[in-house]
Design a protein around this ligand. Structure first.
Ligand SMILES: Cc1cc2nc3c(=O)[nH]c(=O)nc-3n(C[C@H](O)[C@H](O)[C@H](O)COP(=O)(O)OP(=O)(O)OC[C@H]3O[C@@H](n4cnc5c(N)ncnc54)[C@H](O)[C@@H]3O)c2cc1C
Length: 444
C-alpha cells in the first residue's frame, strides 16, 4: 500500500512538517512508497519576520521569499488552494490558481497549515481601501507603495500613512514606515485598546521602550479609539475624527482561512481545535495560525506566531510519520507512538530599525542593540534558506556601513507627524541623514 501526505499551505507549518516527514520517512518518499504533496496558491515561502526591514527599505523584498520547490525538493507542489475536505472519502478538493479548475486529490494524512488573513470585513471600507500583509504579493505591494509615498509632493495626502492596530505587527510596521520616510512621511498608529502591545502586558519595560522608539521616529499614536470606517481619503474614527491618509495598513489581528468540510472542528474564532498530538480528527492534523493548539497542562491556546507554527508544524509532521509507520507497517518503526505537543516557547521581538529592538527571551526583557542581535540570530536561524540568511547578513552589514557613513557626513531633523495626537509625539533625537536604497522589488 502506498500513502500520500497532503500538506495545505506554503508557510511555516508545511515547511517544518515536510522536514520532520523527510527525517523519518525520507527513504520511503524517495522510493515512491510515500508521496508528499503541497497545495499552495503561492509558489514561495514568505518569511514574515523581516517585513519591517522590507518596508523600511533595509532589506529587499526578495530576501524574504524562498521558492517552495527549493526547500521541499521531494514534494510535488501544486499551485492551487484547498476549498473543501471530504473526510469520509479522504479527499481534498483543490482549485488551480491559473484557471480555477477544480479537482479532487486523495490523502492518507492531511496537515492543515493554511494560516490566517486579516479580518478586514469587520471595518466598513477596510477590505477595499486598506492594505493587508498576509495575501500573496501584499508585502511587496505595500513596500512599493511606501517607497512611492516618500517621493509624493510635500503636504499631499499620499505622504500620510495610517496603521490600524497596535499589536507587535502594527507597532513594527508603523516604525518601519516612519524609518523609511526619515521625516518625510506622517505616520499615525491607531489602536482600539487602552495600551499598545497587549502581547507584552507582563513586560512594562519593553512597552515603554517601544513607545519611546515610536516617539523617536515621529509616529503619532492614538489609543482607546476604534477605526469606524475607511475610504479612499483616509479613515473615520469612532470619536468622529477623520484622519486623512494615502495608505491605510490593516494589522487588525487575523482570522483563520476557512476550508469547507471542517467547520465542525472550528472554535469560536474559526481555528481548528487540535488534540494533544495536534490531530483534528482521523487522518487530519493542524498547526500554526489556522489551528487552536493547547499544550498539555495548560488551558490557553499558544500564540499565533512563527515560532509556534514552526514547532507545531514539525510536531504534526513527526506524528504523521509515526502514524504512517504503524498504518503501513514500515520496518524499524513498529509501535512508534504519537507524542503530545509539549513545546514551552521562547519569546518574542519587534524591531525599530538597524540595531534597535525589543526582545523577550524566556520572560527576560532585552532592549537596544543586544535585543536586536538576539532577534537577528533567532530569525536567521529559522530562515528556510541558508543562502538567503547569509545574503541578509551581507545586506545588513552594507546598510549599517552606509548609515555610519551618512552619520559622519551630518544629521537631519525628523518632523513629527501632523494632524494627530501630538501629546504623544515629543522631540525625536536627531538621526542620520536617510539612506534610502531604491531597490527595485522583484518577485523570485
Ligand atoms: C507582516 C507580518 C509580520 C510578522 N512578523 C512576525 C514576527 O516578527 N515574528 C513571529 O514570530 N511571527 C510573525 N508573524 C506571524 C507569523 O508570520 C505567523 O504566525 C506564521 O506565518 C504562521 O505560520 P503558518 O504556517 O500557520 O501560516 P503562514 O506562514 O501564513 O502560511 C499559510 C500558507 O497557506 C497558504 N494558503 C492560504 N489559503 C490556502 C488555501 N485555501 N489552500 C492552500 N493554501 C492556502 C498561504 O498562501 C500560505 O502559503 C508576522 C505575520 C505577518 C503577517
Amino acid at each position: 500500500m502506498n500513502a500520500r501526505v497532503v500538506l495545505l499551505g506554503g508557510g511555516y507549518v508545511t515547511l517544518f512538517a515536510y522536514r520532520a516527514l523527510m527525517r523519518r520517512l525520507g527513504r520511503q518518499v524517495r522510493s515512491g512508497r510515500v508521496e508528499i504533496v503541497v497545495i499552495s496558491p503561492d509558489d514561495a515561502h514568505s518569511f514574515h519576520g523581516f517585513t519591517g526591514e522590507v518596508i523600511a527599505g533595509i532589506l529587499p523584498y526578495e530576501r524574504t521569499r524562498t521558492p517552495l520547490a527549493e526547500v521541499m525538493p521531494h514534494a510535488r507542489i501544486l499551485p492551487a488552494r484547498a476549498v473543501h475536505i471530504d473526510r469520509r472519502q479522504r479527499l481534498v478538493e483543490i482549485e488551480r490558481v491559473d484557471d480555477g479548475v477544480r479537482s479532487d486529490l486523495s490523502y492518507t494524512a492531511l496537515v492543515v497549515g493554511t494560516g490566517g488573513r486579516e479580518p478586514v470585513g469587520r471595518v466598513p471600507g477596510m477590505a477595499h481601501h486598506g492594505r493587508t500583509l498576509r495575501g500573496p504579493g501584499d508585502i511587496r505591494a505595500l513596500s512599493d507603495r511606501v517607497a512611492t509615498a516618500v517621493d509624493a509632493p510635500a503636504g499631499s495626502v499620499d505622504r500620510r500613512i495610517l496603521v490600524v492596530g497596535g499589536g507587535l505587527a502594527g507597532v513594527e510596521l508603523a516604525a518601519a514606515a516612519a524609518d523609511r520616510g526619515a521625516g518625510d512621511l506622517q505616520v499615525t498608529l491607531v489602536h482600539a485598546g487602552p495600551r499598545l502591545l497587549p502581547e507584552l502586558d507582563s513586560q512594562p519595560r519593553l512597552r515603554a521602550r517601544a513607545r519611546a522608539e515610536l516617539i523617536r521616529l515621529g509616529v503619532a499614536v492614538r489609543t482607546g479609539v476604534r477605526v469606524a470606517a475607511v475610504d479612499d481619503g483616509g479613515a473615520r474614527l469612532a470619536d468622529g475624527t477623520y484622519l486623512r491618509a494615502g495608505i491605510v495598513i490593516a494589522t487588525v489581528g487575523q482570522a483563520p482561512v476557512a476550508i469547507g468540510g471542517l467547520e465542525e472542528f472550528g472554535d469560536d474564532r474559526g481555528r481548528l481545535a487540535t488534540g494533544p498530538d495536534l490531530s483534528v480528527t482521523t487522518g487530519i492534523w493542524a498547526a500554526g495560525d489556522a489551528a487552536r493548539v493547547v499544550r498539555p497542562g495548560t488551558r490557553e491556546p499558544v500564540p499565533a506566531n512563527a515560532l509556534w507554527a514552526i514547532k507545531a508544524g514539525a510536531h504534526a509532521g513527526a506524528n504523521v510519520a509515526a502514524s504512517l509507520h504503524n498504518e503501513l507497517g514500515l520496518p524499524g518503526y513498529a509501535g512508534r507512538v504519537r507524542r503530545p505537543f509539549s513545546y514551552r516557547g521562547l519569546g518574542r521581538a519587534a524591531s525599530f530599525g538597524l540595531g534597535r529592538s525589543i526582545s523577550e527571551l524566556y520572560g527576560i526583557p532585552f532592549t537596544g542593540a543586544l535585543a536586536w542581535v538576539l532577534r537577528m540570530v533567532f530569525f536567521l536561524r529559522f530562515m528556510p534558506s541558508r543562502r538567503r540568511a547569509l545574503a541578509v547578513v551581507g545586506d545588513l552589514v552594507r546598510r549599517s556601513r552606509s548609515v555610519r557613513g551618512a552619520d559622519r557626513r551630518g544629521v537631519q531633523q525628523v518632523v513629527p507627524a501632523a494632524g494627530a495626537d501630538r501629546s504623544s509625539v515629543s522631540r525625536h533625537g536627531s538621526r542620520p541623514e536617510p539612506v534610502r536604497p531604491r531597490v527595485p522589488a522583484r518577485q523570485t
